[in-house]
Design a binder for this molecule. Structure first.
Ligand code: SAM
Ligand code: SF4
Length: 470
């Protein structure tokens, strides 16, 4: 274990060990790779050395085996569902100087803006009226966005009712907090608290975060440990790909997951793996020093799926449509849809706010278009929020570990939430496509009891009831 120089604490990211493992596992034998894939398919998390073997597969036939393995795991465990959510940017004021981000304090070319509670209500109403049920609220790091403010914005979002809709789950992507501040935010009823380490490589981290509170690698690395200590047991980790060697970052993500499992008995709920997108007046974002090409990105997602089979994988609208579609087959479980990352840009339809936002999105389709395309391709879009509201935290783990969980809970809930969307928001074309998928999925339900209960619930939804779940 190495000492990290920030505040002289030991870090659970052991750079020397990661580099040695990546060196020692070069040119892996086919049998070894097959054994590791078989281990994932038997629903076990991989060790660092095993991930390193997969990362070192260069031969096309071996990489194809990794792709097939990831697809099989996704099919066997998670089925066709894809959970949909939308980001809401609350404020882009920031005291940090992250060299890749348009919000950094030294960037004078963006328009700074923070939503008032009234504007939060307007943005929420807009998203509810489109059919959204799950949001992630995103905040720059600034004294204005303290824990009380974050908690207030969350409460405001939950309080909005419009038509038959409301937001049923609010996740957070904000700066690392103190234990007491996590407690305040938890009390507002949040789902997942996400913090991306950006890069797990210490020297690179220090170079890219020269000033501000984010310049402490250790404060951020242990940010989610404090979340657990503050009572939040649902956390999301992530790395920003393009800043440093992708294989090192993958080993960093797995080290982080293992650390949380060892210390708190629960791994991360989700992993995010954004690639750097061009941001206004931000040279590094135009030419990332370790650009990850599309083929490598597919490999990266497939290897993550195999390494942490019970963790949700989030892909963002930063990725172009074709890539998103392909990656969903490798085990991505959540995507955002109909996203706008301008602060206040949903309800005002403010083009300028979007253009001057954090970065530019690769996928700008509306929620309805995304749902139509997903259902045309046989996917089952889901707005389910049942586990979180029934206190079933660690739902990905349950989906994965409890036999029949997906069949009993997830698929019926996906169907009934999609049915709500059909009744309340879908365009005619999308409606048809959704109903085809819903029909097929209902016919595939083997248990007569579950099928009948679901059919009865669909009748109740038709009659105007909402929010019925298993
Ligand atoms: N300010 C908080 C923080 O940095 O943790 C949370 C909000 S920040 C806007 C959310 C994430 O955006 C960051 O963790 C980073 O990974 C990502 N990000 C920043 N610049 C980006 C870019 N140019 N392209 C893609 N993602 C970027
Ligand atoms: Fe601020 Fe977060 Fe952007 Fe860094 S990534 S400049 S902390 S908003």
């Amino acid at each position: 274990m190495v000492y990290i120089r920030d505040d002289n604490r030991k870090a659970f990211i052991d750079e020397e060990k990661i580099n040695t493992l990546l060196q020692e596992t070069k040119n892996p034998e086919k049998e070894r790779v097959e054994d590791i894939i078989a281990k994932s398919l038997s629903k076990q998390r991989l060790e660092l050395e095993e991930m390193a073997v997969l990362l070192n597969c260069e031969d096309e036939s071996l990489v194809n085996r990794i792709f097939e393995g990831a697809k099989a795991l996704k099919r066997n465990v998670y089925g066709n569902r894809i959970v949909l959510f939308a980001p809401m940017y609350i404020g882009n004021e920031c005291v940090n100087n992250c060299q890749y981000c348009g919000f950094r304090v030294s960037n004078k070319e963006i328009v700074r803006n923070s939503l008032s509670l009234e504007q939060v209500r307007e943005e929420t109403t807009y998203l509810v009226n489109k059919g959204h049920k799950r949001l992630i609220l995103v905040y720059g790091e600034h004294p204005k966005y303290d824990a009380d403010f974050i908690a207030e914005t969350v409460r405001q979002v939950y309080s909005v009712k419009s038509g038959k809709g409301n937001i049923r789950r609010v996740n957070i992507n904000a700066a690392p907090q103190t234990i007491d501040d996590y407690k305040k935010i938890k009390a507002a009823g949040i789902g997942t608290f996400q913090i991306f380490q950006e890069t797990y490589h210490y020297e690179t981290y220090k170079k890219l975060h020269p000033t501000g509170p984010k310049s402490s690698y250790i404060w951020r690395l242990y940010g989610l440990d404090r979340a657990f200590q503050g009572g939040i047991d649902d956390v999301g980790i992530g790395a920003l790909f393009g800043l440093y060697d992708w294989k090192f970052e993958m080993m960093g993500l797995l080290s982080h997951a293992i650390h949380l499992e060892e210390r708190f008995n629960v791994g991360p709920h989700t992993i995010s793996f954004p690639r750097i997108e061009p941001a206004v007046n931000t040279p590094i974002s135009e030419r990332p020093p370790h650009l990850v090409d599309d083929y490598t990105f597919k490999k990266l997602v497939a290897i993550l799926r195999l390494s942490v089979p019970y963790t949700g994988l989030i892909l963002t609208a930063r990725e172009p449509v074709e890539i998103r579609n392909e990656l969903m087959q490798f085990g991505v479980s959540q995507i955002d849809a109909g996203s706008n990352i301008g602060v206040g840009a949903y309800s005002t339809n403010d083009e300028e706010a979007y253009k001057k936002s954090q970065f530019l999105l690769g996928d700008q389709r509306s929620l309805d278009e995304v749902i139509k395309q997903l259902t045309d391709e046989g996917f089952l879009p889901s707005f389910c929020t049942a586990c979180y509201r029934l206190g079933r935290t660690g739902e990905h783990f349950m989906e994965f570990a409890i036999p029949g969980f997906v069949k009993r809970f997830c698929t019926p809930n996906a169907i009934s939430t999609l049915m709500e969307y059909v009744f309340d928001y879908a365009s005619e074309e999308t409606k048809e496509s959704c109903l085809r998928v819903i029909d097929k999925e209902i016919n595939n339900i083997k248990s007569e009891k579950i099928r009948n209960t679901l059919l009865e619930r669909i009748e109740r939804i038709k009659a105007g009831e909402r929010d019925l779940y298993f």
